[in-house]
Design a protein around this ligand. Structure first.
Ligand code: GTP
Ligand code: MG
Length: 201
């Protein structure tokens, strides 16, 4: 970011990159799109965040300016990674909001995160966008560190579905927003998903 051009967001950016890319076949974080890796695309979208956390096995990806954060529960999927991110955010910054992204959302942008940051509502503990079918998308979303006990309890109970993180029965339900281009959340799970993006820049 060029100093003075964009205000820093009061968010901790967390990029989770500890998956095994089974459907993609090779490490999708390192797959290339328009001259950059998917990891670099998503990292660039979070460049305005005050602190940036890379939740991945130690040493897997060098990403200058990002704090390496190991999984608290390796191989437990994105829900485990969210726990690690919320814990690290609390440790480094204190209570507050975390922008949680995966490596497979290369169309996320700084403007996307600024939009979500602006949509935070009093009492809400997460901000998620809705896809074209009206489903709230849990990756590419904001989570408050106050959700940590809820997330840990889910994991302790054997749960792995990230979308349940936003459903904390104790606090106000998530804030859902709809005015985001569906393209922003294009998810690359397979080589065909990446090829579709190459055709529609
Ligand atoms: N830190 C961490 N990140 C994970 C873990 N599992 C998945 N992720 C990340 O979560 C995001 C979304 O997960 P998926 O789309 O399922 O990616 P994946 O697990 O690599 O791919 P599949 O094996 O095909 O499911 C990606 O950025 C993954 O790197 C994990 O155990 N730890
Ligand atoms: Mg995915």
């Amino acid at each position: 970011m060029t100093p003075g051009t964009t205000p820093r967001l009061d968010l901790v950016g967390a990029l989770t990159a500890g998956g095994r890319s089974r459907r993609f076949g090779t490490d999708k974080a390192l797959a290339r799109l328009e001259g950059r890796t998917l990891l670099e695309h998503v990292a660039a979208s979070l460049e305005d965040c005050r602190v940036r956390l890379l939740v991945a096995p130690p040493g897997r990806y060098p990403l200058p300016g990002w704090l390496p954060v190991p999984d608290t529960r390796p191989d437990e999927g994105p829900l485990g990674a969210l726990e690690a991110a919320l814990l690290a955010a609390e440790r480094h910054v204190g209570p507050g909001w975390v922008a949680f992204a995966g490596v497979d959302l290369p169309r996320l942008t700084p403007a996307y995160w600024a939009l979500l940051a602006g949509a935070r509502a009093p009492g809400a503990r997460s901000v998620l966008t809705l896809d074209a079918a009206g489903r709230a998308q849990p990756l590419g979303a904001l989570y408050h560190t106050a959700l940590l006990p809820h997330v840990s309890a889910l994991l302790d109970a054997g749960e792995r579905r990230l979308r349940l993180a936003a459903r904390d029965p104790v606090t106000v339900p998530y804030k859902a927003i709809t005015w985001v281009s569906p393209q922003a959340l294009h998810n690359v799970n397979t080589p065909a998903d990446l090829a579709a993006l190459e055709r529609t820049p």
